[in-house]
Each structure stands twice: as structure tokens, then as C-alpha cells.
Design a protein around this ligand. Structure first.
Ligand code: GLU
Ligand code: MG
Length: 457
């Protein structure tokens, strides 16, 4: 960041102070998501926003080495208490928070004091990968689905609603809550597509419109913060944990992706399977090929593997299929007539413990590696693989995804495409943070693990 850019950032912040003050804003939240998937923050009073925009807000690099329980690893490139990073708010995403009166919010990029993007900043990494794709004339549209379990304030999970899965009763039970949530999201400019009660006890879901990947990850962070705020305002508590209780279906954090060249959706209108173009198919093939390693960022918690089991709609097999909700990659064409705009893939095996920036960075790296290599797509799978015998799955080339965080980390470390995209420092930190969490929960029962992380994500 050059000095003149610092000045421009200050001027841009000064220009919005009046509007923010008129909206009653007193403080600005500056959030980022750490390696373990926890959203953390600093805040500045409104008058400090220009200074924060120009010079950033100080933050120790120690946070790169934080685990889900706030313990800290002594990592090769993370966990040191020495040094200072600068949190620079991205004012293009400045949002007045509708469910936290007096507060605004702007996600940050993390820089060194010398104005260079921090090598372990997941948001900067994602922007770099988006730019690399753009240099090839390509872009991605992405959206996260957000599932959460709504509970009473007790530490044990006591569902805040009791009606049947997808039940009309559930919406009636949380009518005021859901209205307040939709209103807050709308006021914040989030384009909600749907809200519905999900399968598990107390579970709800919001899905939103697709956007540029950095914006989609910002939106995921904002949607979750808004759900948390509205839940607290209603005397309730939201859990985004991959597994809220040991014996129920978990929370997914499915990611929808489409690949575009200009205004052409490469997931539609081609001569490949289900209308895929050659590049669209190769992108999906790249995703599939790298899924085992991707789980180290997409299913990053020990609890993720309690969720990622067959026949739970979580996508536990490394296959793709048309509208197959047991495939890790579900291909979605949309209704006839809408396909050019609507066709996309949904990556289902990932959950909301993931840092959304890291996850999208991994997905972009995997998909674009497929495009560059012209990777061929395997045959789609049109059944629930769990209904086949193990031998039949083997014959059909259907492999299970990693069943533990340790397996996923090993696959990640073997995956040269992913580790090269993340760079040696961040790739090493990711593996070390995951190993730290594996050690943290070593020998613990599913009940202990779910209880320990239930209210962390
Ligand atoms: N809750 C399921 C999961 O863990 C997903 C349900 C759905 O298909 O939306 O991913
Ligand atoms: Mg769902």
C-alpha cells in the first residue's frame, strides 16, 4: 500500500462519517476469520475510522495460531506474540448493522506495518485468486448456505422450536424472530433467496444470492453475525457448529459456485454432461479431484467428521451427480428456461466451521487447476452411494471422503495445488492448527466434542 493509497483510504472514510453519524453509528466492528474458523474482531469508535482506514488497527499475529478453544499453538509461522499486523477495513463493504443499534461493520484485510498484504490473510489470498482467474478471462459467482440450530440460552442444546422438519409450525413458532432476521438482512443489503426450517432439531437455514467470491465470504460472515445478534435479541442462541448434538443431523455450510467467461455461464449451454461446457466440466473435475485435501479447510473441525457421514445429506462420498443430495458435489441446472443464469454446483461436504475466505480460496484453486489441466469429469452418480455394497462402490470408482480431520490434513499436505495456492506459511499454519485441534479432542467422545464446540462457531 503506497502512501497516496493510505491518503485515499482516509479521505474515503472521512467522506462517510456524516452518513454513519446520521444513522446513529457510534462504533465500527472490524471482523476477520482466523485459521480455525472463529470470527474475531476489534472495533473503533466512529471518529477513529479515518485513522483505521489509513494506518490500520494493530493486531498481534498470534491470532493465526489460535484454536477453537482459544488455546494457542507454537507454530512454525504462527502463534508468536512478537510483531504487529494492521487491520484495514474494506470500506466498499461498510454496512450499518440493523440488528446491533449504533454499530457499523467493515471486514478487514490484514497488512504488515509496511503496507504489504499479510501472507496468512485469508481475505487477501481469496482476492488474489479471484484476480488470477480474471487474468484468464474467468470469474466465479459464489454463495454460502447458512444453516444454524436455534436454542435456548442453556449450555446444553435445548431447541427453541419444536415443530416438524420443514414444518409450517416451526415458522409460526419463530414468526417474529424470522421477520426480524429478514428485515435486518434486507436493511443490510443482503439479497436473501430463502429462509426455511431444516431437518435437525431447532434448525433453520438462509440462502442468499450469488456474488463475487470475496463478497460472498463477507456476506456469509455478515449473515451469521446478524443471525447471532437477532437470536440474542430474542433471548435465544444460535449454533453454527457442524454437529450441535452427537445424535442429530449437523449444520452444513454448502457453497454454490458457477464459472463464467464474461456473461456466459460455463455450467450451462455446453455439449458436455448436463449441458456443461468443457471449461465448466474441467472446473467441476478440479473440485472433485481436490476434495480430500479441501476438507482440511472446508471441514476443519474435529466435529466436522461427526457431521460428514453417509445418509445425512452432507455429501460424504467424493462423487458428483445431478441434484444428488448424497454427492459431495451436487450439480444444479435450475428449471428449464433459467439455466443459463442458474446452473451451478453445490459443494455439500463443507460446513460452517470453515473460514469462508480460506474455503473459497481452496475451491477456486482446485477448480482453476482443473480448467488449466483440462481435467476430465468422472461419470456422474445418480444414486445414494450408501445404498451400494462396499464392493459395488469400489467397482463404480466411488470413494468415501476422509472420515477424520487427521486424514483430511494428510490429504491437504499431499495436495501440491492447494498448498502452492495457500503458500508455505499459510499451508503450514493450517496443518498445524488442525493438528492442534486433533490433539485437543484426542480420546474425547462425540458428546464431549459437540458440547465443547457447540457455541464456539
Ligand atoms: N444439514 C445437512 C448438512 O449437514 C444439509 C441439509 C440440506 O441438504 O440442506 O449438510
Ligand atoms: Mg440445508
Amino acid at each position: 500500500m503506497q502512501l497516496h493509497e493510505r491518503d485515499e483510504r482516509r479521505v474515503a472514510a472521512e467522506a462517510v462519517l456524516g452518513d454513519l453519524a446520521a444513522a446513529g453509528v457510534v462504533g465500527v466492528v472490524l471482523p476477520w476469520v482466523d485459521t480455525s474458523g472463529i470470527a474475531r474482531m476489534k472495533a473503533v469508535p466512529l471518529a477513529q475510522l479515518p485513522s483505521a482506514a489509513q494506518w490500520g488497527v494493530g493486531m498481534s499475529p498470534v491470532f493465526d495460531g489460535f484454536l477453537v478453544d482459544d488455546s494457542i499453538i507454537a507454530g512454525t509461522h504462527a502463534g508468536s506474540v512478537i510483531g504487529d499486523l494492521r487491520l484495514h477495513p474494506d470500506l466498499s463493504r461498510l454496512t450499518v448493522l440493523a440488528a446491533q443499534e449504533g454499530w457499523a461493520w467493515a471486514p478487514v484485510d490484514r497488512y504488515t506495518q509496511d503496507g504489504v498484504p499479510h501472507v496468512q490473510c485469508s481475505r487477501s489470498l481469496l482476492r488474489r485468486l479471484v484476480d488470477e482467474l480474471a487474468a484468464d478471462g474467468l470469474s466465479v459467482q459464489a454463495a454460502f448456505e447458512v444453516e444454524w440450530a436455534l436454542g435456548q440460552t442453556a449450555d446444553a442444546f435445548v431447541p427453541a422450536l419444536s415443530g416438524p422438519a420443514y414444518g409450517l409450525t416451526r415458522q409460526i413458532e419463530v414468526s417474529d424472530y424470522a421477520r426480524d432476521l429478514l428485515a435486518a438482512l434486507d436493511a443490510q443489503g443482503v439479497a436473501v433467496h430463502q429462509l426455511h426450517p431444516e431437518y435437525a432439531a431447532g434448525q433453520l437455514e438462509v440462502s442468499v444470492a450469488a456474488e463475487d467470491p470475496v463478497a460472498a465470504a463477507d456476506t456469509a460472515l455478515l449473515v451469521r453475525a446478524t443471525i447471532t445478534a437477532v437470536s440474542i435479541a430474542h433471548g435465544l442462541r444460535a449454533s453454527f457448529s457442524p454437529k450441535v448434538t452427537a445424535d442429530d443431523v449437523g449444520n452444513g455450510g454448502h457453497v454454490h459456485l458457477s464459472l463464467w467467461r464474461g456473461s456466459e455461464n460455463l455450467m450451462s449451454g455446453g455439449s458436455g454432461t448436463f449441458g456443461l461446457t468443457a471449461d465448466g466440466g474441467a472446473f467441476v473435475a478440479g473440485l472433485l479431484h481436490h476434495l480430500p485435501g479441501l476438507l482440511a479447510v472446508g471441514a476443519p473441525s474435529v466435529a466436522s467428521y461427526l457431521r460428514l457421514v453417509p445418509s445425512h445429506w452432507a455429501g460424504a462420498y467424493a462423487v458428483w451427480g445431478l441434484e444428488n443430495r448424497e454427492a459431495a458435489v451436487r450439480f444444479v441446472t435450475g428449471p428449464s428456461g433459467s439455466r443459463q443464469a442458474a446452473a451451478n454446483v453445490e459443494v455439500k461436504c463443507v460446513d460452517a466451521a470453515a473460514n469462508p475466505y480460506l474455503l473459497l480460496a481452496g475451491l477456486l484453486a482446485a477448480g482453476s487447476a482443473g480448467v488449466r489441466a483440462g481435467t476430465a469429469l468422472p461419470d456422474p452418480v445418480g444414486i445414494d452411494p450408501a445404498t451400494l455394497s462396499e464392493a459395488a462402490r469400489r467397482d463404480a470408482g466411488i470413494a468415501a471422503l476422509p472420515t477424520s480431520l487427521g486424514e483430511a490434513v494428510a490429504a491437504f499436505e499431499r495436495d501440491d495445488v492447494l498448498t502452492a495456492a495457500f503458500g508455505p506459511e499459510l499451508a503450514t499454519t493450517i496443518a498445524e492448527v488442525r493438528r492442534g485441534e486433533i490433539a485437543l479432542f484426542d480420546g474425547k467422545s462425540a458428546e464431549d466434542v459437540t458440547a465443547a464446540v457447540r457455541w464456539r462457531y
